[in-house]
Ligand binder design. Sequence first.
Ligand code: SAM
Ligand code: DTB
Ligand code: SF4
Length: 340
Amino acid sequence: MTKSNNIYENMKNPSINQSALNPEEPSPYNWKIEDIVEILEGPLLDLLSRAQACHREFQPGNTMQLASLVSIKTGACPEDCKYCSQSAHYTKKTGLKREALMDVEAVLAKAREAKDAGATRFCMGAAWRQVRDGKEFENVLEMVRGVCALEMEACVTLGMLTQEQADKLASAGLTAYNHNLDTSPEFYGNIVTTRTYDDRLKTLERVRQAGISVCSGGILGLGESIYDRARMLQELSSMDPYPESVPINTLVAVPGTPLEDQPRVDPIEIVRVVATARIVMPRARIRLSAGRRSLSDETQILCFLAGANSIFYGEKLLTTDNNDAAADRALIEAAGLKSL
Ligand code: SAM
Ligand code: DTB
Ligand code: SF4
């Protein structure tokens, strides 16, 4: 087959050496930082048009995946992520009540509820620095098996993993593991000091090695620059392969956390990041995640146009409120989308 000048067509043919693409065009798996910054900052309508073309080429049209979330173990986390309500470092100020690991049956009841409400993916989050072997992990494996038995996609986010633990999650049938890079490697130390960017990347490699699909994205509104946003997208897109699912969160400024007074992100900036993520990771599912509550219907629709094709669905995220489920269903219907 001859090489096309269209980089997206080339991507459909894995036999083509990506690095041998027209040097005028950025290689899809090796985006240069200046090219990502240029895309991110370019004229908005050009950006939207390019992202939409990419979206139509690589994603099933007019669909929206509904993912529901539950916090299976809440609070008292030893990590110091400055945005997080669940860090033990800020409990005195946030007043968040810690909760032990939920019972397997209670979690599965929530999963059934989510399925009945129309969700197809169920994500379980635990405020752990890392997984410890033992009864609690065995219970999480049981939850994963239970969610799979409901014929839902099962996703967990449990902190750092060993290879053995990742393999066990894979054997239990886990669809995806969520572990966000959050921001650029350069800015990361301003947000978290109790682990390194490299620790994050290592866990993601283990997840990949176990054959579990990767869910990894970030947060906007931490005080990062445009360059940091572009660097985060560069890090994600240069994983080989890049994540199947990319959550784009916007900071929910939780009172009592060090970032409680961060200024609100301009909604158009969110649209820009979604569009750029769609362009640099055309096959990924882009999830418009935390922070959606403060977006108008119109901004959300712009995000869908820019390439977002999944949302968190249900009244709660982990510890904060999410959009009203009926309002989400109405929005999806108004946009003529089919929920998956
Ligand atoms: N402890 C696990 C970890 O850090 O990977 C899993 C749970 S953690 C809450 C999952 C992700 O949620 C974080 O990486 C971050 O991107 C996002 N997140 C947490 N708190 C947030 C907030 N206040 N606003 C926006 N996103 C947030
Ligand atoms: C992700 O990227 N966002 C979700 C999920 N993965 C686990 C969590 C959002 C948390 C928002 C703040 C809260 O509710 O505590
Ligand atoms: Fe703990 Fe995860 Fe919150 Fe960080 S983001 S404090 S690791 S629960």
